[in-house]
Design a binder for this molecule. Structure first.
Ligand SMILES: Cc1ncc(COP(=O)(O)O)c(C=O)c1O
Length: 412
């Protein structure tokens, strides 16, 4: 009989969103009127349709596949040059990134996990807490951790605590690590790192020969030009960082699926023999072995994001969600709660009322306001005592949520 990967047993089974759905279903069953009043601000999925420029490109791409003269079969494993060039011109102009360093994918969730394939077991891994759970889960599944400890973190992973005291931006630790996951703008806290903070991380990584896995899935939400939209705004980052990016939360590609990873030629690691070597050829090999790339119509749609119409349409989507986030943050503050994020991110991170934990606050918001949020503890032990409110919603729903928050008392 085939022997299965025992590491699956280490992970709690899809606990967070399943438990949210279980609690919602239970309340709706006991109060059917709740179903029609329910407003969801939990899961981070976009609500607006694709930008028209992308839809037109998708149609054109499908038409091209339907004719002999324009038909395309397999393309380059890591994306057609015209898309990678559009990404470099649109995202990395003047930052020394070459299109050959951009690897197109079906979204950054997969790439964040695949990245572990080029790094050996035994690396000392640092992960922010709280954060997008995929970093921890993929380390657990690939057998790089021990069991879950009493502190809520897996043995073998080093937590980089993010809390109100550090503005939810952890500083580099005073110990060496080999791989560090950072995510800015952050899911779930909505925190954004400033240039000086990111420079400290890059200096620390170079000093310790560490690699930063930088998740910039929400980069388009950075509204202040003084803040870094990509880690490569810090020039030395090309020697110490891979960056994961996505069209999901900017151009609404959560259902279409497309993103990219930058793996610079200058990034090096060490083989077990001690020999220093480039990561780029390994990442290229990984792609050619595992994937035949992204579909032609989707690549056409991705390139359309950088057309003048595409840019304007994406900007409008971001403005909608960012405006929602700012309203939701004010709504939470109007309840007398402390709130963070929402300025450069589609998430607002809200402190629970004194004495209430994440799930109790979730329950009270559901029962008293018919609003679904996400309990912060689902993003790591340091998320206990917080809830995340997602701004992916229509403006009308957001305004209704804000009205309800203003008249809801969670304290008794
Ligand atoms: C921080 C972060 N990274 C990556 C992703 C995955 O994005 P994609 O849709 O490109 O797989 C998400 C999605 O929610 C996310 O929050």
């Amino acid at each position: 009989m085939a022997i299965l990967n025992p590491n699956f047993r280490r992970l709690p089974a899809q606990y967070l969103f399943r438990e949210i759905e279980r609690r919602v279903a239970e309340r709706v069953a006991s109060d059917p009127s709740l179903g029609s009043r329910l407003l969801r601000a939990g899961i981070g999925d976009v609500t607006e349709p694709l930008p028209p420029a992308c839809v037109a490109a998708l149609h054109a791409g499908a038409d091209e596949l339907s004719r002999h003269e324009t038909f395309r079969g397999y393309g380059p494993y890591t994306g057609h040059p015209f898309v990678r060039e559009a990404i470099v011109a649109g995202e990395y102009a003047g930052l020394g990134i070459d299109p050959s360093e951009v690897f197109l994918s079906d979204g950054s969730k997969g790439d964040v996990g695949h990245a572990l394939e080029v790094f050996a077991e035994g690396n000392r891994v640092g992960i922010a807490d709280p954060v997008y759970p995929v970093y921890v889960d993929t380390n657990v599944l690939s057998g790089r951790t021990g069991p879950l400890g009493a502190d809520g973190f897996f043995e073998g992973l080093f937590p980089l605590r993010a809390n109100a005291a550090n503005g939810f931006v952890p500083e580099p630790p005073d110990r060496p690590l080999d791989l560090v996951y950072l995510c800015f703008p952050n899911n779930p806290t909505g925190a954004m790192i400033d240039r000086a903070g990111l420079e400290r991380w890059v200096r620390w990584a170079i000093a310790h020969d560490a690699t930063i896995l930088y998740d910039g899935a929400y980069a388009d939400y950075v509204g202040d030009p003084a803040l870094p939209r990509t880690i490569y705004e810090i020039p030395e980052a090309r020697r110490c960082a891979m960056e994961f990016r996505s069209f999901s939360k900017s151009a609404g590609f959560t259902g279409l699926r497309c993103g990219w990873t930058v793996c610079p030629q200058a990034l090096e690691g060490r083989l077990p023999s001690g020999e220093r070597t480039q990561v780029h050829p390994m990442w290229t090999r990984r792609w050619s072995t595992r994937s035949n790339g992204v579909s032609w119509p989707v690549q056409r749609a991705a390139a359309a994001v950088y057309s003048p119409e595409g840019r304007a349409q994406v900007r409008a989507l971001i403005e909608l969600y960012r405006g929602n986030a700012q309203r939701l943050r004010h709504g939470a503050e109007s309840m007398g709660l402390r709130a963070w994020g929402g300025m450069h991110a589609p998430y607002v991170w809200v402190s629970c009322p004194p004495g209430l934990d994440s799930w109790t606050t979730f329950d009270r918001l559901l029962d008293r306001a018919a609003v679904v949020v996400t309990p912060g503890v689902g993003f790591g032990p340091s998320g206990e005592g917080f809830v995340r409110i997602s701004a992916f919603n229509s403006r009308a729903n957001v305004e209704e949520i804000v009205r309800r928050l203003a008249t809801t008392d969670l304290t008794r």
